[in-house]
Design a protein around this ligand. Structure first.
Ligand code: FES
Length: 118
């Protein structure tokens, strides 16, 4: 198993920032129509930056690991910085080859994050 695969499994088994934030500044929910999996995401902002972020994912290894990794990355980043994140960033963050359906799993967390930034 590659180091990237191990990291993904670790984030799946022990997701960082999992759970609901009480009284978030913003919350959102997205779902993947192909499989019905979903991610809820919560954030607290300080000035223009994410102070706290959390998520609840009901989904596959890739979607959950992607949400966990992205939530770690997002803390203390500004809305402007986070709005620039794209598919290439997520694929690079995961570090593994993904087929088209798996890319949709990986992008679900990014879709949730982008909705938090609106
Ligand atoms: Fe549903 Fe991956 S199979 S998000």
């Amino acid at each position: 198993m590659s180091i990237y695969q191990e990291r993904i499994l670790d984030h799946y088994k022990y997701p960082r920032n999992q759970g609901e934030i009480e009284k978030p500044d913003k919350k959102t929910a997205v779902h993947n129509p192909l499989c019905g999996d979903s991610i809820k995401m919560y954030a607290v902002f300080e000035k223009n930056k994410i102070k706290k972020i959390s998520f609840i994912a009901s989904g596959c290894v890739i979607s959950k690991a992607s949400a966990s990794l992205l939530s770690e990355y997002a803390v203390k980043k500004s809305k402007e910085q986070l709005r620039k994140l794209d598919k290439a960033f997520i694929i690079n963050m995961l570090g593994i080859e993904l087929g088209p359906n798996r890319v949709k799993c990986a992008l679900l967390a990014l879709e949730a994050l982008q909705k938090l930034l609106i």
